[in-house]
Unconditional design. Structure first.
Lengths: 550, 566
């Protein structure tokens, strides 16, 4: 524990950066992007500081806690604090932002020096970062809600102001969808507060946990919260805003939108829906699991059918969010921990895919997949980075997504074997959409059209914007231990709050064991193929541990 | 026979009303005795001082009321208690802000008010009046009279005072609606419509008053409330009378189905008057409605609650739907104000202390954003630079405003977001307060309809933001690539574009041919005014944000004032 207010600093710094960018005197405006980058890197430094101050051995409890009275008249306080999951997501967000700044370096007409458009865009990015860090660390339901909704405004301007030709419509669709969910949640928030202990600190999550509610009320409240989070996540059938937004928005915006912002939905399910409404969560779990499986398959099938590169990546995310929700509502310690870790990994892999997709689109001037082909020979580095990110999206062992997806499926299998089996079809479909896309865009004979044949490969700046993500994917893939240490204790705690035990039915344990064995074998084989013994050892141990818990 | 005994009057408690009405009377004398050249200045200063004085008077009374819970003045005709003082303070502040907009003129001396209202539109006399630069300065005393009525309205303690206050506030408004400098026929039509419908509503209210008097034998709220405690064969009169009085009040609040005047009058009246009307009338009327519902008929909950529920639901849903298809910015804000009446009613229906404080907070947040929004509307003009500039009424004229005037677009966006109830603005906490009051009072279906209507309403607020920020102006409706070219050419000099000389500023670089094809006559620009409106916009902007981020002091204030003196 330290007295330095790490989380507040993490919120305040980007706000100051954004304000500074807006009021920058005319003479200094051409340096706007450097300033934004410095602020974003300073934020990363703060994030590392927060990680150092965080006691990993006690990741289940909320640390770095600060609490001040804000609006006592309605019971709202400024209360922040993170557990392992929150910290992991905060770190993922602050890592992504400088990369987005780098990727946007020459966008919006800023070839030589930063234009006013780019300056406003970067200011919005920083403002959004502040809201995101705030949401992931809010320990007060009112504060969470305020930031959850206020966050929409910068994103709305980021989509509507800087995207493709139909960006206005996409931005409005995004906003109306999100507001609908958010306002229904507001009704739930109010009802919960009135049922809770009330008083000056009536909105603190820890005071609201354990509120006695009648069964019907609890279920209705659960639904109101869940709707908001499902729209944000996005789950089938309330996902339709995402492909439109991702298609129209610039790549950096999509990276933040899908990679970070949508995590607020699953994060909310995990840290609000489950602890606040334990009985209703158990009641709704079968339906949610079914919807999640549907998301996995539907998202994957639609991804396969897309002709637009950005829409394709958006639909892969719908599929991945299906996995995350599946893991959360399977309600086993392994699957919940897996989902928590998956949130981070998905941010890395999808973020990288969107950024690389953005490079491709900027070079070709088209998002249609059929306009590409044979680029492997023209831009080998770009192709390689895309392949690695794509393989991460299809959960290749050795890359970080594998560990989490595997944990989700194993954990789910112990409770809902059928759901796990059907969802694993999603893994197969993922291979189809990733590899087929790679095939259509990068393989084939050397392209003949001028735009493709003379395409530049990624420059140093662009490499720097993606390389950290690829490195993180590999590191977390081979050595997921530290990250899992962060997410496992909160998962255990969440399960206790829901009042659910890991299933220990005799017949299933054998099955689960079988599943684990298969997985471990797979991981060993792949590890050997990669030729990295250390990584293999780690991966295997973790796999077995999880199996043991199941 | 007893001699006439002078009633005991607590003059101090009446001071806010007396200051304003007194200044209004002085204002009439100013018209008679001050030379024409100095009249406008004297009137504006007088009116501003009067409203400031009222505000100070309310502040001085506050301590006493907080201690004692309030006093009944003039034998109970006027009740000075917490909610009354809060309403009076809010009315005074909002009237002050609207007055700044009303007093503002463009550099060329163009105000919002016609030079001589009595002339026939389009006639020779009108032309002459314009030429001679006449000014209709009677509007300032009229505003003060209306404000005086609004100060009495929420404090009225008997039905007759209620009716008199209603007339005192309404008659000047009928007149003011017809004084617009531009689109004079529309303005006069609005005035007549408002007058006819208003007179009708007054009659309905008066009929209700008569029935209630017949039922209880008294006009005092307290006596009627006492009479409702015991069953009587005349209970039918009570219910019918209460419903009729409610109809009269709901007309002023602008709730459906008694709203039909709102969009027409808001559109036709001079914009500063619309700002004044939309904000202050609503505060006064809701204040009076609160008192009537809470003090007179709490015993009638079960008879009247369905009526209020129905009105609230119909208002929220229908107004939101109709607002979606409006193309005139003032009409859109008019329907939005109707929708807000519905949200306010959810707080009124709650029938508990939380409902009162929530409604009062909502009124302040709504009023500040409304005055600010109409102030912005009054600045965005369309027309030739140098020539007569009409207000840009049609929404299409707002396309691309953010490029010409980023600050104004930002301010308008914040007001719209506040209307939509987005967090970190006053509107959100207002909605939060009334909805939580409604849920607390068991009216959760109302809150549910309210949140759904809010989500739908966000659509048409946000549509305007889309126009201001993301749609290129109609006169630059070129293919996307070319627009970008224009962008780059003007990136360095956005201020030029805002001053109305943009046509030449744009004609630089390689885009000269594109610009030349554009008709210069339809240019939307921001009027350069004497700056009073800008003060209002900035104050409202700061107020809206502060109410959203640091509302604690105001919440404390309305929280401590939420009890009606019976």
């Amino acid at each position: 524990m330290t007295s330095f207010p790490w989380l507040t600093a993490l919120v305040v710094l980007p706000v100051l950066g954004a304000v500074l960018l807006w009021v920058l005197p005319a003479g200094a405006r051409s340096r706007a992007r450097e300033l934004a980058l410095v602020v974003a890197l300073g934020e990363v430094a703060l994030g590392v500081g927060a990680l150092a101050a965080f006691d990993t051995a006690d990741a289940g409890t909320h640390q770095l806690v600060e609490q001040h009275a804000w609006i006592p008249a309605i019971g709202a306080s400024y209360a922040v604090g993170v557990d392992g999951v929150g910290l992991a997501l905060v770190l993922m967000s602050v890592v992504l932002v400088p990369l987005v700044v780098l990727a946007a370096w020459r966008e919006q007409g800023s070839a030589g020096a930063a234009t006013d458009r780019l300056r406003s865009y970067l200011a919005l990015v920083l403002l959004l970062e502040a809201f995101i860090v705030g949401v992931f660390s809010a320990r007060d339901l009112f504060l969470f809600y305020v930031l959850f909704e206020a966050m929409l405004i910068p994103v709305y301007f980021m989509i509507g102001g800087y995207g493709g030709p139909r960006r206005g419509a996409a931005a409005v669709k995004f906003l109306v969808y999100s507001l609908l969910g958010g306002l229904v949640m507001l009704a739930g928030v109010i009802t919960l507060y009135l049922a809770g202990p009330g008083g000056d600190e009536g909105f603190l999550v820890e005071n609201l946990v354990g509120t006695q509610l009648s069964t019907t009320t609890e279920r209705l409240l659960f639904c109101s919260f869940f709707l908001a989070f499902a729209i944000k996540a996005p789950m089938v059938p309330v996902h339709t805003w995402l492909p439109d937004a991702a298609e129209q928005a610039p790549a950096g915006t999509s990276t933040l939108l899908v990679g970070v912002l949508d995590k607020v939905g699953t994060f909310g399910m995990l840290t609000l829906c489950l602890p606040l409404f334990p009985e209703a969560s158990r009641w709704a779990a079968p339906v949610v699991v079914a919807l999640a499986v549907l998301s996995v398959l539907y998202g994957a099938v639609l991804a396969i059918g897309q002709r637009d590169l950005m829409r394709l990546i958006a639909y892969t995310s719908v599929s991945h969010f299906g996995f995350i929700v599946l893991g959360i509502f399977a309600l086993t310690s392994t699957s919940v921990a897996g989902s928590s870790f998956y949130m981070v990994n998905h941010g890395l892999s999808t973020g990288a895919l969107f950024l690389l997709g953005g490079y491709l689109v900027a070079r070709r001037g088209s998002q249609r997949i059929e306009d590409f082909g044979g680029l492997q020979r023209v831009v080998p580095v770009l192709a390689g980075l895309f392949l690695v990110s794509g393989l991460s999206a299809l959960s290749l062992p050795g890359l970080s997504t594998f560990v989490s997806e595997f944990a989700v499926l194993v954990g789910t299998f112990t409770r809902h074997p059928a759901a796990a089996v059907v969802a694993s079809l999603g893994v197969v479909l993922a291979a189809v959409y990733v590899l087929w896309t790679y095939q259509r865009v990068f393989t084939g004979p050397r392209p003949e059209t001028a735009e493709l044949a003379t395409m530049r490969d990624v420059g140093a700046r662009e490499r720097w914007a993606v390389a950290p993500l690829v490195v993180l994917m590999l590191v977390l893939g081979f050595a997921p231990g530290p990250a899992l240490d962060l997410v496992r204790p909160p998962a255990q705690l969440t399960l206790e709050q829901v009042g659910e035990q890991d299933p220990v039915r005799q017949g299933l344990v054998a099955d689960a064991g079988g599943g684990t064995d298969d997985g471990s074998t797979g991981s060993t084989t792949d590890g050997t193929a990669d030729g990295s013994t250390d990584g293999t050892a780690d991966g295997t141990t973790d796999g077995t541990d999880e199996g043991g818990e199941g | 026979m007893n001699g006439f005994t002078a009633p005991e009057v607590a003059w101090g408690a009446l001071s806010p009303v007396l200051v304003v009405l007194g200044a209004a009377v002085v204002g009439v004398l100013v018209e008679a005795f001050v030379p024409a050249r100095a009249r406008r200045l004297v009137q504006v200063v007088l009116a501003l001082l009067a409203l400031l004085g009222a505000l100070v008077a309310v502040g001085l009374l506050w301590g006493g009321v907080e201690r004692t819970g309030g006093t009944a003045v003039l034998g109970g005709s006027l009740v000075v208690d917490g909610p009354a003082l809060v309403c009076q303070a809010v009315v005074a502040v909002l009237a002050l802000l609207s007055l700044l907009v009303l007093a503002d003129r463009t550099r060329a001396g163009q105000g919002a008010i016609a030079p001589s209202v009595a002339t026939v539109p389009g006639s020779e006399a009108e032309r002459l009046a314009r030429e001679k630069g006449l000014q209709q300065t009677e509007v300032y005393p009229l505003v003060l009279f209306a404000t005086g009525g609004m100060l009495v309205f929420p404090a009225a303690g008997d039905l007759l005072t209620l009716f008199v206050a209603l007339e005192v506030l309404s008659l000047p408004l009928y007149l003011l609606s017809g004084t617009a400098r531009e689109r004079r026929l529309l303005s006069q039509e609005a005035s007549l419509k408002y007058f006819l419908l208003g007179a009708f509503a007054s009659a309905v209210l008066l009929f209700g008053v008569a029935l209630l008097y017949g039922y209880s034998g008294s006009l005092r709220y307290a006596d009627i409330a006492a009479a409702t405690a015991t069953p009587s064969p005349l209970d039918g009169l009570l219910v019918l009378g209460s419903v009729l009085v409610l109809v009269g009040l709901l007309f002023k609040v602008g709730a459906m189905p008694f709203h039909s005047w709102t969009p027409d009058v808001y559109q036709g009246a001079p914009t500063p008057v619309t700002a004044f009307m939309a904000a202050c009338t609503k505060v006064a009327a809701v204040g009076a409605l609160l008192r009537f519902v809470y003090v007179v008929v709490p015993g009638l909950q079960w008879d009247l609650a369905p009526v209020l529920w129905g009105v609230a639901i119909v208002t929220m849903v229908a107004a939101t739907v109709v607002a979606m298809v409006q193309t005139d910015v003032k009409r859109m804000l008019g329907y939005s104000s109707v929708a807000h009446a519905g949200f306010l009613l959810t707080g009124v229906v709650a029938l508990d202390e939380r409902g009162v404080s929530g409604t009062l907070f909502y009124l302040l947040a709504y009023g500040v954003a409304t005055v600010g929004a109409f102030a912005v509307v009054s600045l965005v003009r369309q027309g030739r630079s140098g020539g007569a500039q009409l207000e840009a009424a049609d929404l299409s004229a707002w396309d691309g405003l953010a490029r010409r005037s980023p600050v104004l677009a930002l301010a308008f966006s914040v007001f719209l977001l506040s209307f939509a109830g987005i967090p970190l603005t006053g509107g959100f906490l207002g909605k939060f307060s009334v909805f939580s009051a409604a849920v607390d009072g068991g009216a959760w279906p109302l809150a549910l309809v309210g949140v759904l209507a809010s989500a739908a309403a966000a659509y048409f607020y946000v549509r305007v933001i889309v126009r201001m920020y993301f749609t290129p102006p109609a006169d630059e409706a070129l293919p996307a690539d070319e627009v970008l070219l224009v962008d780059d050419a003007t990136a360095g000099s956005p201020s030029d574009a805002a001053t109305g000389t943009g046509a030449t500023a744009l004609g630089t670089a390689g885009t000269g041919t594109l610009v030349a094809a554009r008709p210069a006559a339809t240019r939307t620009a921001v009027a350069t005014s004497q700056g009073l409106t800008a003060v209002t916009v900035v104050v409202c902007l700061i107020g809206t944000v502060l109410l959203g981020v640091l509302p604690q002091p105001v919440l404390d204030l309305v929280g401590s004032a939420a009890v009606f003196l019976p």
